[in-house]
Design a protein around this ligand. Structure first.
Ligand code: ZN
Length: 251
């Protein structure tokens, strides 16, 4: 089952062509190809940065300090102004061609949307937006970061409320609506692509299982082993930027 060959790509493309619904779940492996450091693991951001600095409790107790650290974190994450890579582009092309219903992503960098994907479920929110903690208004993140960099800590909404990143912080649970949408899409899928995710952290650990239990064909594309490999009909231990363009080309 292991290894990258054009026959299995063609076979998977055939399954997708025959499917009524295909969805993709993407994880950190799709972002690292754009130069974004991963959050977990040996070289992960949370080995270098103290996660407690970005905990919900810190935001509540010390919003100015939270934002000062957040400015530094953002510089580390998007310092080189990352752009979508071939994997993002392939998924966007598959959607545009009618072969992909949705992208469910663990990533918060907004690169699927930047690549042109329209139907994206951002399970952990997005760093491209901020949200007012009082009135709930959402705004593009950059002006809030400009405020913060200029010494206006914490940045505030016109209503006076403190802005917060529109992501799921430590100490918070996933939003019900995004999770429910993702679970429904997984359940209704005929083909489920799990791409660049270790599939070890909820809800990513659950979604392929939901799809398989409902009868979907599962394809796993990841360099490292995942807990779902045994359930996979297709297993590609390959670079996501190689496999997805090859797949898109065959559709
Ligand atoms: Zn507000």
């Amino acid at each position: 089952m292991c290894g990258f060959d054009s026959e299995r790509i063609a076979s998977l493309a055939g399954d997708i062509g025959a499917a009524e619904s295909t969805v993709a779940l993407t994880g950190a492996g799709v972002s690292t190809a754009s130069g974004i450091p991963s959050f977990r693991g040996e070289d992960g951001i949370w080995n270098e940065w103290d996660p407690n600095a970005f905990h919900r409790r810190r935001l509540d107790a010390d919003p100015a300090g939270f934002w000062a650290d957040r400015v530094d974190l953002r510089a580390a994450l998007v310092g080189d102004d990352p752009e979508p890579n071939a994997a993002h582009d392939a998924l966007a092309a598959m959607e545009a061609d009618g072969h992909l219903d949705a992208v469910l992503t663990q990533n918060v960098d907004g690169l699927h949307t930047a690549a042109g994907s329209d139907r994206v479920v951002e399970l952990h929110g997005t760093n491209r937006r901020v949200r007012c903690a009082d009135c709930g208004a959402t705004e593009p993140a950059e002006p809030a970061f400009e405020q913060a960099r200029g010494g206006h800590l914490p940045p505030r909404c016109d209503c006076g409320g403190v802005y917060r990143p529109d992501v799921v912080l430590f100490g918070e649970s996933l939003g019900d609506s995004a999770l429910e949408r993702a679970q429904r899409l997984a359940r209704e899928s005929d083909v489920f692509l799990a791409v660049g995710s270790s599939l070890s952290v909820r809800p990513a650990a659950l979604l392929p299982r939901i799809a398989v239990d409902a009868g979907a064909t599962l394809a796993v594309v990841n360099f490292d082993e995942t807990p779902q490999d045994g359930a996979a009909d297709y297993l590609f231990r390959e670079d996501v930027t190689t496999v997805l363009p090859a797949l898109s080309d065959r559709l």
